[in-house]
Design a protein around this ligand. Structure first.
Ligand SMILES: [Zn+2]
Ligand SMILES: [Zn+2]
Length: 333
C-alpha cells in the first residue's frame, strides 16, 4: 500500500505530518522490488522525485547519493547525479534514456559520480525495454562542467567508438554531450518551463548553485549544498516546495575522530536548526529534506526553528505540486 498525504498550505495537520515522517517505510539493504512500469511525464504537472537523499561520499544502502528528478511540462530535469541515481530512476519506472537534461549544483563527487552510467547506459536500449537515448545529453553546471564532461567522453572513448561505429551502431546523436558552464540566472526557458540557477554558500566550494523550477504558476527550489544562504532565501521566495540540505552537527561531533575536519565540514553545510530558519523565512507550502540524515534527531532539531509542513529525507519520495501538494512514499520490500 502506498502511504500518501495531501498538504494544503498552512492548514496542513502538523501532527499527522510528523507522524508520517517518523513512521515512513525506510529503504533497507534488501533487494528492492522489481522496477515499476515505465511512467510517462505528464505535460500538465510539476512533480518531484527524490532519487537519492544521502549525505556525502561514503557508500550508504539506505540513502543513495544526491539526485532529484523534477518533471515539468513533460520534461524530465535531473538535478545532480549521485551514486545510485540510475538505479533509483529505474525503480521509479523511469527509463534512464529519457533523461536528457542534467543540472549540477557543484562538482563534488557525491553529486556527480553516477554521470558516466547515465551518459553511457542511458544511450543503450534496455533488454526488452525502452530504446536508448537518441538526442544529446545536455548538462548544465558550474565552471568546470564542460571540461569534466569532455574528459568523461575521452575516458570512455573505446566503449563509445565500439557501440557507435563498430558493433551496435548506436545513435551518434545519443552519445553527444552538450555542456554548459553557467552563471547565476535563467539557464533554461522552454515551453513554459523555467530553470533558474542561483548562487549558494558552500564555503570554499565556489561556485555552488541551487536551482528553482517554475512551471504554470507552481515552483520548487533545491538548495544543493549550502550553509544558511541569504541568496537562496531571496530566490526561493514564494516557492511551493523547498528542498534543503541538512547536516547533523550534533551527531557528527559525537562520533568524530577528527574534530578539526568535522568542524570544517559543518561550516560548509546547514545544521537542521539553520535549515529550519530558512524554511521559516521562505514559508514554502512544504519543506523537504534531501542530502540530510533520515533521523528523528534531524526533525527534532528542525522543530526548534520551524513549525510548518516538513518531510524527512527519503529516497524515492514523490511530491506532486498543484492546487494541493501530494506526498507519496515508495514501498520498500
Ligand atoms: Zn554534498
Ligand atoms: Zn558539496
Amino acid at each position: 500500500m502506498i502511504k500518501s498525504v495531501l498538504v494544503t498550505g498552512a492548514s496542513a495537520c502538523l501532527a499527522f505530518l510528523l507522524a508520517q515522517a517518523s513512521t515512513a517505510a525506510r529503504p533497507s539493504a534488501a533487494l528492492p522490488q522489481a522496477a515499476a512500469t515505465p511512467v510517462e511525464a505528464k505535460p500538465e504537472g510539476l512533480k518531484v522525485i527524490l532519487l537519492g537523499t544521502g549525505v556525502g561520499p561514503p557508500v550508504r544502502l539506505d540513502q543513495y547519493g544526491a539526485s532529484t528528478l523534477v518533471e515539468a511540462g513533460g520534461k524530465r530535469l535531473l538535478f545532480d547525479c549521485g551514486r545510485g541515481a540510475t538505479i533509483r530512476l529505474v525503480q521509479a519506472g523511469i527509463p534512464t534514456s529519457s533523461i536528457t537534461r542534467v543540472f549540477l549544483t557543484h562538482l563534488h563527487s557525491d553529486h556527480i559520480i553516477q554521470l558516466p552510467d547515465l551518459l553511457l547506459t542511458g544511450w543503450v536500449a534496455q533488454l526488452g525495454g525502452p530504446p536508448g537515448r537518441t538526442r544529446p545529453l545536455d548538462v548544465w553546471g558550474p565552471d568546470g562542467t564542460r571540461d569534466m564532461m569532455s574528459a568523461l567522453e575521452t575516458a570512455f572513448a573505446f566503449d563509445i567508438h565500439m557501440r557507435r561505429d563498430v558493433d551496435e551502431k548506436l545513435s551518434a546523436e545519443g552519445i553527444r554531450v552538450q555542456s554548459h558552464d553557467i552563471k547565476e540566472g535563467v539557464v533554461l526557458d522552454e515551453d513554459g518551463v523555467k530553470v533558474t540557477a542561483f548562487l549558494v554558500d558552500h564555503g570554499p566550494v565556489v561556485p555552488a548553485f541551487g536551482y528553482r523550477v517554475d512551471y504554470r504558476g507552481h515552483s520548487v527550489a533545491l538548495s544543493g549544498d549550502t550553509r544558511l544562504s541569504e541568496n537562496l532565501i531571496h530566490h526561493a521566495a514564494g516557492v511551493d516546495v523547498l528542498i534543503h540540505e541538512g547536516y547533523d552537527a550534533v551527531a557528527a561531533r559525537a562520533r568524530t575522530t577528527n574534530p578539526a575536519l568535522t568542524e570544517a565540514v559543518i561550516a560548509h553545510h546547514a545544521t537542521p536548526e539553520q535549515a529550519g530558519q530558512v524554511f521559516s523565512r521562505v514559508k514554502p507550502r512544504l519543506a523537504v529534506y534531501s542530502h540530510a540524515p533520515a533521523t528523528p534527531s534531524v526533525m527534532e532539531q528542525t522543530r526548534k526553528t520551524y513549525a510548518g509542513p516538513l518531510e524527512a529525507a527519503e529516497d524515492l519520495l514523490t511530491i506532486e505540486i498543484g492546487d494541493q501538494i501530494g506526498v507519496r512514499h515508495f514501498v520498500w520490500k
